[in-house]
Design a protein around this ligand. Structure first.
Ligand SMILES: [Zn+2]
Ligand SMILES: [Zn+2]
Length: 335
């Protein structure tokens, strides 16, 4: 089978490798669609992400769907949860699988992901999808899970004014989640104007280019009251965290989802102290697949606007370069 392996910085190669054999608790999957995530691009351009570094060639891709090739659901399209928690450690037992001490994660830290024709994966982390799903929608359930987890941390109630700063894939999904949860107004900022157009399509009520004027605009629009909950989904240099602090109302919650490129973030201490803000840092997600499947199959979340580029496996270099340029929203490699 063909597999796309990362050998080093800017060094992806397509190789022929044997089809894997499923272990007793695993099933064989034929990969359908793989979404390229910002963290995949960090691996490709920098050799690692947020402290994790590359020590041997491996296959990227943690956002993926596949056709089930063995077992009772043979032939069905499924979404794959790339995170395998142990179920036995202190954190798993307290219901925080995202903090599992023995977590393995497909497409990160040397564990092979979905950018190969066949994958074996434990059946418990394979979610067969209803008929009305496309392979790309199946691949998007992983980033949707990140947005679902962020929404749980933010505790949105109907009528709240909410901020989503950063309108990349996770930001756009967080906008949709906030809308589904009943947010009255959703203020969205991004440095890239084309992303703000996508944000409107996803339910943003007020958009503002992140050019230094956004905090003033938001405070004006809320009669200086500020926002009930802010989700920071920009990453980059951490400036969106500062905007979140400036635009939060007193006692608000700021949920930090973005991964800053310099691995540091900062904000003005005095403003956040006077407002008594609560910061919550989102770490991946918990058991979000059943909820994600419900949201998409009942069309409460629309994944279609996020699907902007499609490539064949042979075009893997173009696909990664396209994702690195951040021109569209989500780039897919379809097998
Ligand atoms: Zn991702
Ligand atoms: Zn565990």
């Amino acid at each position: 089978m063909k597999a796309i392996l990362l050998h080093g910085i800017n060094d992806l190669k397509m190789l022929d490798i044997p089809i894997p054999q499923p272990a007793p608790n695993e099933i064989l999957l034929r990969t359908a669609s793989v979404g390229i995530c910002g963290s995949d691009v960090h691996y490709y351009k920098e050799g690692g992400t947020g402290g994790a570094a590359l020590d041997k060639p491996f296959t990227l891709g943690h956002e993926f769907s596949a056709y089930i090739e063995s077992g009772k659901d043979k032939g069905r399209l499924a979404s794959i949860d790339p995170a395998l928690s142990c179920g036995e450690c202190e954190y798993c037992l307290e219901g925080n699988q995202n903090f599992c001490l023995n977590l393995s994660f497909a497409g990160a830290e040397g564990i092979d992901g979905g950018l190969r024709e066949y994958v074996t994966w434990p059946e418990k982390a394979v979610f067969p999808l209803p008929e009305n799903f496309t392979p790309e929608e199946g691949a998007l359930l992983e980033p949707l899970g990140v947005a679902i987890h962020a929404l749980h941390l933010g505790k949105i109630f109907p009528g709240m004014d909410v901020g989503v700063f950063g309108a990349g894939p996770v930001g756009l999904l967080t906008i949709q989640m906030a809308k589904a949860a009943g947010a009255a107004r959703i203020f969205v900022t991004d440095k890239l104007s084309h992303r703000l157009e996508f944000a409107k399509e996803c339910g943003a009520t007020d958009i503002s280019l992140a050019d230094g004027s956004e905090a003033k605009n938001i405070l004006q629009a809320t009669q200086t009251r500020g926002l009930d909950v802010v989700f920071e989904a920009a990453g980059d240099d951490g400036s969106a965290v500062e905007t979140a602090v400036e635009t939060s109302k007193r006692g608000a919650t700021v949920v930090v989802i973005g991964i800053p490129s310099e691995d540091k973030t900062s904000f003005t201490a005095s403003i956040s102290r006077r407002k008594g803000l609560t910061f919550k840092i989102a770490r991946r997600m918990k058991n979000t697949y059943p909820t994600a499947i419900n949201l998409v199959s009942r069309r409460m979340v629309n994944l279609k606007p996020l699907i902007t580029h499609r490539f064949s496996p042979q075009e893997y270099r173009e696909a990664f370069e396209k994702a690195a340029k951040r021109k569209g929203i989500k780039v897919f490699i379809n097998f």
